[in-house]
Design a protein around this ligand. Structure first.
Ligand code: MN3
Length: 382
């Protein structure tokens, strides 16, 4: 029996994780569930999975959750997550939190000796170097849940790293692929939220539309697999059937394919590489017919290039990139700014950021705060 903590249990990844767990009750014991503010679903999950702890991160939601009928130790906020993690014996922590608030729980899980199934991007985008070093020190695994990194993990299985030539991340291109810069200026929130292949949370859907998401994935790949930026390529693959590839020195390119369904990577990490049946619809290639691959357009979608740029300079540049992006995506979703304002403002932040070399966790969090405030003030004073 594996003891699981599931951070972000009411989101898309969280719900799909619980679907797999519920089909394998004899193998997993859910010890901790957390949500931001969806207390209705959390209460249902608590009744079904009977964890020892539950955490609600939003203050108002925490005060509104009915504490009478649920038998669980209920805690509040980011501190509550850390307290709960430290109070139970865990084999694996599934971190599906959104935003940089997911970084410290990853760090804590590693300290506690638990493997981390990582769906939170910001952990590696902002603190990849420190996190991977800590994981190595504690001999715990960081298992990528994201479909691209999970695909690479699968392609690298049994291979010698010395013969790895390139990692090739696939990108769907999002809803605006093929548009010109002018057309991009006129898109609406609804347009941006209509992703062609994946149903995901709002933040990541907007990041897919700007291709910042792919940029973050390049940064994550660098730390997860210890590969230089020059060896991390991106190709636009509209069908989202090939989830990523690895090119080897002998000329072979190994790809991992499936219908786009996050249950596959979640299952692969939960079962530690065992390919259990997950109830996915079979991949019918003759029905799909054509798989296409194109160069990414870095002029219309400069965020991908900004991510490479921030990663190559290093220091706290990726932290500033991420923080500014979070503020800008929020502003876009609230209707305060247009779609292309996201990329334009990120350019400004990269041009003006005062980076710290080899930042520790504290300076990463501080840079995040400072950049958010800068960006928020800038938007307010427009
Ligand atoms: Mn992805």
């Amino acid at each position: 029996m594996k003891n699981i903590a599931l951070l972000g249990s009411t989101g898309s990844i969280g719900r799909q994780t619980l679907e797999i767990v519920s089909a394998h009750r004899e193998e997993f014991s859910v010890r901790l569930l957390t949500c931001n503010r969806n207390i209705k679903l959390l209460s249902k999950q608590i009744m079904e999975f009977k964890p020892e702890y539950a955490v609600v991160c939003d203050r108002a939601a925490f005060e509104n959750i009915s504490k009478e009928n649920i038998k669980v130790k209920l805690l509040y906020g980011d501190k509550g997550i850390l307290e709960a993690l430290g109070s139970i014996d865990l084999d694996i922590v599934v971190n599906a939190l959104v935003g940089i608030s997911g970084m410290t729980p990853t760090r804590r899980s590693i300290e506690l000796g638990a493997d981390v199934a990582l769906a939170n991007k910001e952990t590696l985008v902002t603190a990849g170097k420190l996190i991977m070093a800590d994981a190595a020190k504690m001999d715990v695994e960081i298992l990528p849940v994201d479909s691209e990194h999970n695909a690479i993990l699968q392609c690298l299985n049994g291979e010698k790293k010395e013969y790895l030539k390139n990692l090739i991340l696939t990108a769907s291109g999002g809803p605006f692929w093929g548009m010109s810069s002018n057309e991009l200026e006129k898109v609406t929130i609804a347009d941006a939220l209509a992703h062609p292949n994946w149903k995901m949370g709002k933040k990541i859907t907007i990041d897919s539309a700007t291709m910042m998401n792919k940029g973050f994935e390049v940064l994550e790949a660098k730390w997860l697999f210890g590969v230089d930026f020059d060896k991390i390529k991106v190709v636009v693959h509209r069908q989202s059937i090939v989830h990523s590839m690895v090119e080897f020195e002998d000329g072979s390119v190994i790809a991992q394919m499936s219908n786009p369904d996050m249950k596959l990577p979640i299952g692969y990490v939960l079962f530690k590489g065992e390919r259990r049946p997950l109830g996915l619809s079979p991949l019918d290639l003759s029905k799909i017919g054509t798989l296409t691959f194109e160069e990414p357009d870095m002029e219309v979608f400069p965020c991908l290039g900004y991510a490479y740029e921030s990663g190559r300079i290093g220091g706290t540049y990726p932290v500033a990139l991420n923080a500014a992006n979070e503020v800008l995506v929020d502003a876009f979703l609230s209707g305060a700014i247009g779609f292309t304002d996201i990329q334009n403002n990120i350019r400004d932040i990269l041009d003006t950021h005062k980076s710290i070399k080899n930042p520790d966790y504290e300076s990463i969090i501080e840079t995040d705060h400072i950049t958010r405030k800068l960006m928020t003030d800038k938007l307010r004073n427009r």
